[in-house]
Design a protein around this ligand. Structure first.
Ligand code: F6R
Length: 364
């Protein structure tokens, strides 16, 4: 049932191109983006003036990516909150607030409680889930299903990518409804989004450097993940993936925060994993890399194919194809998943069944 792979996690990582394709299938109709399941007219969508994305764990990290996209394209202020915080706060909710609840299992206790709370307070709630008819699907006003199919490994991979793609569609839909993007821009973005399926295939076929990079981390006691913008969101997911399956302590920081504390940790051989893809903040990220390198860090860079300069500042470079920054979360996540899994295997961990964790968290 593992389809020839040594573990479910690796099998599921390799399913991601299909997940991207299936999640996008049928969404562009006569050049217009359509998500009928949301049950909201373009006029109603146009009224939305605040978005909360609520979720836990990896799904929360998909929310961080969504914030960049919704604010960037649709220009709607967007907050991302852990469901376990949101439900005990007094968030500002009005009838024009949209709450987007993201949950692979569709049954996470805190996320469900947050949905109920938001609806009582008058918000519109969209669910993004992988499980048909799950409580999140049933209790939301509308739902987008990620087409990951059943995910067995406890550490979420393919459903994370499905969530990002679904949230990207939602961001485009909001931008379309608000007239913030022209139709030809939306079509172009949709095409580039669809192209990420092939780009992920390429990454999976060219992952040799991941093994070398993993060897440099396998004996470490701690690792830092850094990036800026989209890269900062992905760094957080990279650190979570590593700690949950390899039991190696990992933390993520926006790269610009390094010199405000975490750089004190760096000594000879300390692994720093940098998301350094080409983006508007690329140069800034590279200078943070240099600062860590100068203090002896072992640098693993996720970089854009063709970027030869980065080799001067990194011990290991894992290349990924060039994509628009908006889509870099989809591509850059994949080598980080592979890295976490390879390190966990090297450390002798059970990657599919990490200790103390359960696939679905139905109690708080
Ligand atoms: C990490 C992981 C967890 C879940 C979290 C939320 O790999 O899988 O952090 O993302 O427990 O679960 P869902 O998405 O089912 O609500």
């Amino acid at each position: 049932e593992k389809g020839g792979y040594p573990d479910f996690m690796l099998k599921e990582i390799h399913e991601q191109p299909r997940v991207i394709r299936d999640t996008l299938a049928g969404r562009l109709v006569n050049g217009r983006l359509e998500i009928d399941e949301l049950g909201m007219s373009p006029e109603e969508l146009d009224l939305i003036d605040r978005v909360y994305v609520i979720a836990c764990g990896t799904s929360y990290h998909a929310g961080l990516v969504a914030k960049e996209l919704i604010e960037g394209w649709a220009r709607i202020p967007t907050e991302v909150e852990a469901a376990s915080e949101f439900r005990y706060r007094n968030p500002i909710i009005t009838p024009t607030t949209l709450v987007v609840a993201v949950s692979q299992s569709g049954e996470t206790a805190d996320t469900l409680a947050a949905i109920r709370d938001a609806r009582v307070k008058g918000a519109r709630v969209f669910g993004i889930t992988n499980v048909l008819g799950s409580p999140v699907a049933r209790e939301s006003d509308g739902v987008i299903y990620t087409k990951a199919n059943k995910e067995i490994a406890v550490a979420s991979t393919k459903s994370f990518l499905g969530q990002i793609v679904s949230l990207t569609l939602l961001a485009l839909l909001l931008a379309q409804a608000k007239g913030k993007l022209k139709m030809n821009q939306i079509r172009l973005l949709f095409r580039e989004l669809a192209d990420t399926a092939e780009q992920v295939e390429w990454i999976l076929a060219h992952a040799d450097e991941v093994n070398e990079a993993a060897r440099a981390c396998a004996e470490a006691r701690s690792a830092l993940f850094v990036g800026r913008g989209m890269g900062a969101a992905i760094a957080r997911e990279g650190a979570l993936k590593l700690k949950e399956i390899s039991y190696l302590h990992a933390e993520a920081y926006p790269a610009g925060e390094m010199k405000h504390g975490p750089i004190a940790l760096i000594d000879e051989g300390f692994p720093v994993i940098v998301v350094a893809t080409k983006s508007p903040v690329y140069d800034k990220t590279v200078s943070n890399m240099q600062e860590s390198k100068a203090r002896g860090a072992t640098i693993i860079a996720i970089a854009t194919e063709g970027d030869e300069d980065i080799k001067a500042h990194a011990d290991h470079v894992i290349y990924i194809p060039k994509v628009r920054d908006a889509f870099s979360a989809i591509t850059a996540s994949v080598p980080l998943q592979l890295l976490a899994r390879t390190i966990a295997v090297m450390r002798g961990c059970d990657v599919d069944q990490p200790r103390n964790l359960a696939k679905s968290v139905t109690v708080e």
